[in-house]
Ligand binder design. Structure first.
Ligand code: SAM
Length: 251
């Protein structure tokens, strides 16, 4: 591609650059160019960002922007943008701002009248949703539920009557707890667990909360997971034929 025909990055712009959620091939040409041509990369974890940059043979100064310093760092980023710098914001994986730092600094930049552009790419929510087989036209993204049992149940109860697909991020250590909770709040719904998306052991597990709980009694689930819940009830034996649909070898 002739780079001279591409529009140059705009000075004073904050670029939100999506990075791979596992498979390092999942990065756009525009993301790579933005990382190459920006003045500085603001990263959730500068060490991880440097590993990523090194992999793509990009050398660029980095500054940290994580959930503990995002408020303070936002002010510095705004100052730099006002001075005309081009800043690329990356999180550890996927799209910045989606259950990751980014929202605050974007809001600060928007309030300051500065230009913000998304350089879209990988996002576990979209990857899981599109391959889940559940409706994609109406969805509620909850991200991570709170850790405390009462608050989790309350959040799930509030979402019980939602008619679209519910999407949650969850830790593999809490999946059994979540399935137990869903057995109470979303008992007859179809649950799809998308695991290790874009990676070697990517797989989808499908069934009612009770069926999946039974399945997980015999195997421990590892790696990263997205949990999707259908907005409508299904037959109790739904997902029986395809309770487990591994796309790679079991680990
Ligand atoms: N910003 C990221 C995105 O765009 O998806 C999400 C970051 S959040 C801190 C991390 C959570 O995303 C994981 O706990 C998991 O629920 C989900 N996730 C990230 N990568 C994943 C993958 N490869 N497979 C399944 N879930 C993934």
């Amino acid at each position: 591609m002739d780079d001279s025909k591409l529009p140059p990055l705009a000075p004073g712009t904050l670029y939100l650059v999506a990075t791979p959620i596992g498979n390092l091939e999942d990065i756009t040409l525009r993301a790579l160019r933005t990382l190459k041509e920006c003045d500085i990369v603001a990263a959730e974890d500068t060490r991880r960002a440097r590993q990523l940059l090194t992999y793509y043979q990009i050398s660029k100064p980095t500054v940290s922007c994580h959930r503990f310093n995002e408020a303070k760092r936002s002010e510095e980023i705004i100052q730099r943008l006002r001075g005309g710098e081009i800043i690329a914001l990356v999180s550890d994986a996927g799209s910045p701002g989606i259950s990751d730092p980014g929202e605050r600094v974007v809001r600060a930049a928007v309030h300051a009248g500065l230009r913000v552009e998304s350089v879209p790419g990988p996002c576990a929510l979209v990857a899981a949703l599109t391959a889940s087989g559940l409706p994609t036209d109406e969805l509620h993204f909850k991200g991570f539920l709170p850790h405390k049992s009462g608050q989790r149940l309350k959040a799930l109860l509030r979402l019980r009557d939602y008619f679209g697909t519910l999407v949650l991020y969850e830790s593999p250590y809490r999946i059994e707890k979540l399935l137990g909770e869903l057995s109470e709040t979303h008992r007859h719904r179809l649950v799809v667990i998308g695991r290790e998306l874009t990676k070697r052991f990517e797989e989808y597990l499908r069934g009612t909360p009770r069926k999946l709980s039974e399945l997980l009694k015999n195997r421990r689930i590892r790696g990263e997971i997205v949990v999707l819940v259908s907005g409508e009830d299904v037959e109790e034996d739904a997902g029986d034929d395809e309770a487990e649909t591994p796309l790679g070898a079991a680990d």
